[in-house]
Design a protein around this ligand. Structure first.
Ligand SMILES: NC(=O)c1ccc[n+]([C@@H]2O[C@H](COP(=O)([O-])OP(=O)(O)OC[C@H]3O[C@@H](n4cnc5c(N)ncnc54)[C@H](O)[C@@H]3O)[C@@H](O)[C@H]2O)c1
Ligand SMILES: [Zn+2]
Length: 366
């Protein structure tokens, strides 16, 4: 196997490697034995991934009696308390005397968030690894240890920061994703450009055709730039205490509100994030924090990638949902605001009136 790139997440207590390479999957059991995670792996995957990769999962993992597979429903519904308990009950049955179990999250961001959360609470914490299979999970959710499930009132409201022992990114998985899922992952890639890297933002614009066709070189570059940005940010502020990691939430207060107000499922995370970035561009303009020229680059790139810029929603319902967001309100309204492409700022004490105005203006801007 050629060309495995290793990017280290340099954390004080739980440093780990992120391995990136085509056809990395088949080598993972070897890496796992070196990591000494335990003697029994529980692979959590989603229905779709289970069907598409049945033979490979069997060949690589479950033909060996030391691995068991647990499949959950597709989509955000798997991040529910019902699904959480169902999976934990299955694990309890598998976890008999003499076993030292660990979890393998094989799937998109949903499986990663659910499996990581289970790993963090089961027996007060067991080891886990991430094998992300969607673009979104490969460039974002599998790295940094944020795990969570949702409640009807708010997304990601039950969660923890609990780091995996390793992350294995195999871009070959992306070939079975639909163009809709690819585009959704691209919303997070655009986010990285907006918050930290103007050159990468321009790379995305200039190479959008190749990226949408999953050209190996362009996708490889995209993944490694995003992973490097995320790793650097998380290494500086793992627990989100210094306001550094907060910038990764650009567009996300709005996105999470939209997802919970639409009862999850109707609107996916990637779509919500692109609309959230659009909302933030409007809000940043209203706050006089950036120029129209800079703000309008956000709807422009969102359209280039065929992501949604249209929204039909009641501003009041969204405002109520926004107020549940843990980053949005902690006494004051706090949001990540655009200064210019490649540069954002965490702003506190934003007036509720401006927040509501931006909600109303959003459709006109798009
Ligand atoms: N923890 C974090 O830091 C973080 C960051 C960003 C997003 N998230 C979370 O990630 C979730 C969204 O993740 P997602 O966009 O990956 O969605 P997802 O996990 O729901 O996956 C989307 C769909 O694609 C299917 N799928 C997965 N891999 C596939 C493949 N290779 N081929 C074909 N189908 C495949 C899944 O079964 C599912 O139906 C949200 O819950 C969001 O909150 C978490
Ligand atoms: Zn996100």
């Amino acid at each position: 196997m050629q060309n495995i790139k290793i990017i280290k997440l340099n954390l004080k207590h739980n440093p780990y490697n992120i391995y990136i390479g085509n056809n990395l999957l088949k080598k993972i059991p070897q890496y796992i034995s070196k990591l000494n995670l335990g003697n029994h792996g529980i692979i959590i995957t989603s229905r779709q991934v289970g069907i598409l990769y049945k033979d490979r999962i069997k060949q690589i993992f479950t033909k060996n009696k030391n691995y068991k597979l647990i499949t959950v429903v597709d989509g955000e519904g798997a991040k529910s308390k019902q699904c959480l308990l169902r999976v934990i009950e299955k694990i309890v049955k598998i976890d008999t005397l003499g076993k030292r179990i660990f979890i393998v999250c094989l799937g998109g961001g949903v499986v990663g968030d659910l499996g990581g959360f289970i790993a963090s609470i089961y027996k007060r914490g067991i080891p886990y690894i991430q094998i992300p299979t969607t673009l979104l999970s490969q460039i974002d959710s599998s790295i940094g240890g944020k795990t969570a499930i949702d409640l009807p009132q708010a997304k990601n409201i039950l969660g923890s920061i609990y780091q995996p022992k390793a992350v294995f990114i195999d871009p070959v998985f992306l070939k079975t994703l639909g163009s809709k899922e690819i585009k959704e992952g691209l919303a997070e890639a655009i986010k990285y450009g907006v918050i930290k890297d103007k050159a990468f933002f321009n790379f995305l614009k200039e190479n959008h055709k190749k990226i949408l066709k999953l050209d190996t070189i362009s996708i490889g570059k995209l993944i490694s730039v995003c992973v490097n940005i995320k790793v650097k940010i998380v290494a500086q502020d793992e627990k989100e205490k210094k306001g550094i990691r907060t910038i990764l939430n650009f567009g996300h207060s709005f996105a999470h509100a939209l997802e919970s107000a639409s009862k999850y499922g109707k609107i996916t995370h990637g779509k919500a994030v692109s609309l959230g970035m659009l909302y933030t561009a409007v809000l940043s303009l209203l706050l006089n924090k950036c120029s129209l020229n800079q703000a309008s680059q956000i709807p422009a790139i969102i359209s280039i990638f065929g992501l949604s810029t249209k929204i039909r929603f009641n501003a009041l319902t969204l405002y109520k949902a926004l107020s549940y967001d843990k980053k949005f309100i902690s006494g004051k309204i706090r949001m990540v605001i655009l200064r210019e492409i490649g540069k954002v700022e965490v702003v506190e004490g934003i007036s509720p009136k401006i927040v509501k105005n931006a909600l109303k203006k959003m459709t006109r801007f798009s």
